[in-house]
Design a protein around this ligand. Sequence first.
Ligand SMILES: [Fe+2]
Ligand SMILES: [Fe+2]
Length: 423
Amino acid sequence: MFNSHRRLFLGASFSGLASYPLFGQEPSPKERNKEEEDEKKDPLPAKAVKEDAGFQPATLFLTWHKDPTTTMDVQWVGTQGETADIKVYYTSDPIPVPVKGAPKNPNEKKVNWVVCNTIIKPYPMSDFKVFRAEIAGLTPNTDYSFRIGKASPIYKFRTMPAKANDSIHFIEGGDCGINSAAIANNIMAAKQDPMFAIIGGDLGYDNGKSVDVSLSFLRNYSKHMVTKDGRMIPMITCIGNHEVLGSYEQKREKGTFFYPLFDGLYPETGYATLEFGDYLSLVLLDTGHTTPIAGEQTKWLEETLKARIDHPNTLVINHVPCYPSYRNPIGVPAKDGKSGKLGTGEGQRIHWVPLFEKYRVPLVLEHHDHTFKRTKPLLNGMPDSNGVLYLGDGSWGRIRNPRTPDCRALTAFVCDFNPQKSL
Ligand SMILES: [Fe+2]
Ligand SMILES: [Fe+2]
């Protein structure tokens, strides 16, 4: 049986996600057409640059490749020479707000800015570059201000707590796209005031070939994934088929924009772990897009889960679901000399599910099928109260009608997920 504190943790963690409106409706054909038109256009122009605000990269976002209790990666995509000073300056000191006409307070404490160098890497198929400042040595559970150079606006982030003494609340989803539903979901997600967001693949649907789509996704995220008090919400990702030119069984370089953006966390492989102090371990997998499911990745997964068997909270995130809520899980057997085809998630069910069960993973977060799903706890493909829970299935912006209940015996709950209906 799973430790009770694992369950308590999850109960607290998913309160934000569960508070989403669950019973949206499928968009009408007219609405669908509008969404498709929206996707062809760049839905959000770059942020309007205020005359006095200096450098404001519209793609600015936060992510992590090391412990989120003491680090933060500040990233943006832009061109070299846009601004003279690309170093990131950060501080935990309060920033005094100037009052127009008020005399300067001579006793006001000077803000102590710390400087972090920014690395520059190519952004493929364009003249753009990825700019990344890897800030380390931060104090846990602390609000920081930062700026790029001396003239950018001042942005805010918060480090994760050192210990999980209170609830850890975050948003999880996938299959976003750049349409109006994705933007609506960004807005709803930010309203939950999450500590961070996990996007489990199929981010913008750039398909490894559209610079414009990849940048539109970042611009949308940058603009809307900000809390009411102005704190930027860090993004953690894993790879999906729509990050990759060719979708499956491709070489790493076909994840054209994904790896240049996220190779801090994925420097060599398509899978990784992210450790939050001693209380949360995220295991992020590649469901066959640039790394085979079987072989090295499965061997690494077993070692990783085995090493964490006593860890209080080890969660797995993958893209293609082990237990799909929409696509067909049943494959086509080889026949008459023709090769067969695995059903959706069949490779994961063969190679990974036994490990999730053996090492008592409490929760697997799944995506790709574009519905909102909760399975029954499952052991060996059968409902069992001591089993593994699978939540999904990726409808941050992509939405479809789920299958009828008789087609999904293993799911406790499935619906579509359309935030536009409530906005
Ligand atoms: Fe998708
Ligand atoms: Fe997908």
